[in-house]
Design a protein around this ligand. Structure first.
Ligand SMILES: [Cu+2]
Length: 322
C-alpha cells in the first residue's frame, strides 16, 4: 500500500501515527492446501466469477488483532481480494466515520454502520474506541437475489480484532470539514463514451475460451488502442453492466467523480475522488473526469478489478493526446 499525504492533511490533526493510531489494512480472502500452500486452483466457476477464498487475511495474517492505545483509530482499508466485494462493519453494531475514498479525503466525514468495498477499492475510516471494549472489524454476508453473486459474497469473516488498552490516549474528534473538492459539472464534458461490461456464459466461455469477459464486445488486445482522449478535456464515461454479476470498474491515470447511479446521485461516502466504482447488474453509472496527463505512446488502462475478469479480457486501453 502506498500512502500519499501532504501538509494540508497533516494540519487536520487526524490520527496519523503509523502503526499506533493510523493503520493500513490490506483485506483479502484466500484458500490453502492441506500443507499450507496458497491454493489457486481455478474451477470453471471461479474462472467465470473470479476466485474467492474461504479464509480472511489481514495484511497477510490469519486471525489478526491489534492492541490499541488511543481512543480513536484510523484504518486505511484496501480490498486486496481477487474477486470478493466486502461489506465491512463493526461486530457491536457501532457506527464509524468514513473520511476518505480511493483518491483522497471526503469533504466531510460520513457516518456509516457498513461500508461496501469492491476489489481494488479503498476507504479510510475512523473507529471510536473510547468505550474501552474490544471491537472486531467484520465482513457481513449479504443475502443476494442472484445466484451469480454467490461467489463474490464472502462469508462472515473477522478481519481484525481491536483490543483497547486499559488506559487510552485521547484523540480529538474528526474535523467537520476535511477537504474542498472541485466538482466537475456535466456541462464541462466535451464527450460521453459508453462502456458495456459483458460476460458470455456459453460453453466455450466456460471452458476458458476467448471473449468470455469483454468491454463493448471486445476482449483486451495489447495491439489495439480502444479510446483516444484529448488532453485538457473533461469527459463523461457511461458504464453499463449487462452481465449477471457486479463488476468493479477501475481507471488508470485519473481520479473520477461519480455523477450518478441509474440517474440518482451516489451516496455521500462515494462523493469524492475515485478510481474504482462497482457497477451492479443492470446498473448504469456515469463518471466524470478531466484528463491532464499525456500518454501518447504508452497507453493507460481501464478494466474490471476482479483479477480473473481482467485476465480474461475485461480491459481496454486509452491514449491521451494533444
Ligand atoms: Cu468483472
Amino acid at each position: 500500500m502506498l500512502i500519499i499525504e501532504d501538509d494540508e492533511i497533516q494540519r487536520l490533526n487526524l490520527p496519523h501515527e503509523y502503526g499506533v493510531d493510523d493503520i493500513p489494512l490490506v483485506l483479502q480472502d484466500r484458500s490453502f492446501t492441506q500443507n499450507g500452500q496458497l491454493d489457486y486452483g481455478l474451477s470453471m466457476h471461479s474462472k467465470m466469477m473470479g476466485k474467492s477464498g474461504n479464509l480472511p487475511l489481514t495484511n497477510g495474517t490469519l486471525v489478526a488483532y491489534f492492541e490499541a492505545k488511543t481512543t480513536r483509530l484510523r484504518l486505511r482499508l484496501l480490498n486486496g481480494s481477487n474477486a470478493s466485494t466486502y461489506h465491512l462493519a463493526l461486530d457491536n453494531g457501532q457506527s464509524f466515520e468514513q473520511i476518505a475514498t480511493d483518491g483522497g479525503l471526503l469533504e466531510a466525514p460520513v457516518k456509516l454502520s457498513m461500508v461496501r468495498l469492491a476489489p481494488g477499492e479503498r476507504a479510510e475510516i475512523v473507529v471510536d474506541l473510547s468505550a474501552g471494549q474490544p471491537i472486531t472489524l467484520q465482513n457481513i454476508t449479504q443475502t443476494s437475489a442472484s445466484m451469480m453473486d454467490e461467489n463474490n459474497n464472502a462469508p462472515n469473516f473477522n478481519f481484525l480484532e481491536i483490543r483497547p488498552h486499559q488506559t487510552l490516549t485521547q484523540i480529538q474528534a474528526t474535523p467537520e470539514q476535511l477537504n474542498r473538492i472541485e466538482w466537475l459539472q456535466e456541462t464541462d464534458a466535451v464527450k460521453t463514451r459508453s462502456f458495456n461490461l459483458q460476460m458470455t456464459m456459453g460453453m466455450g466461455a466456460m471452458m476458458g475460451g476467448t471473449n468470455s469477459h469483454t468491454i463493448n464486445d471486445k476482449a483486451m488486445d495489447m495491439g489495439r488502442i480502444d479510446e483516444v482522449v484529448k488532453r485538457g478535456t473533461t469527459e463523461i464515461w457511461q458504464l453499463s453492466n449487462t452481465s449477471m454479476m457486479p463488476h468493479p470498474f477501475h481507471m488508470h491515470d485519473v481520479q473520477f467523480q461519480i455523477l450518478d447511479r441509474n440517474g440518482r446521485k451516489p451516496p455521500a461516502n462515494e462523493q469524492g475522488r475515485k478510481d474504482v466504482v462497482l457497477v451492479d447488474p443492470g446498473e448504469v453509472v456515469r463518471i466524470i473526469m478531466r484528463f491532464e496527463d499525456y500518454a501518447e505512446d504508452a497507453p493507460f488502462m481501464y478494466h474490471c478489478h476482479i483479477l480473473e475478469h481482467e485476465d480474461a479480457g475485461m480491459m481496454g486501453q486509452f491514449l491521451v493526446v494533444s
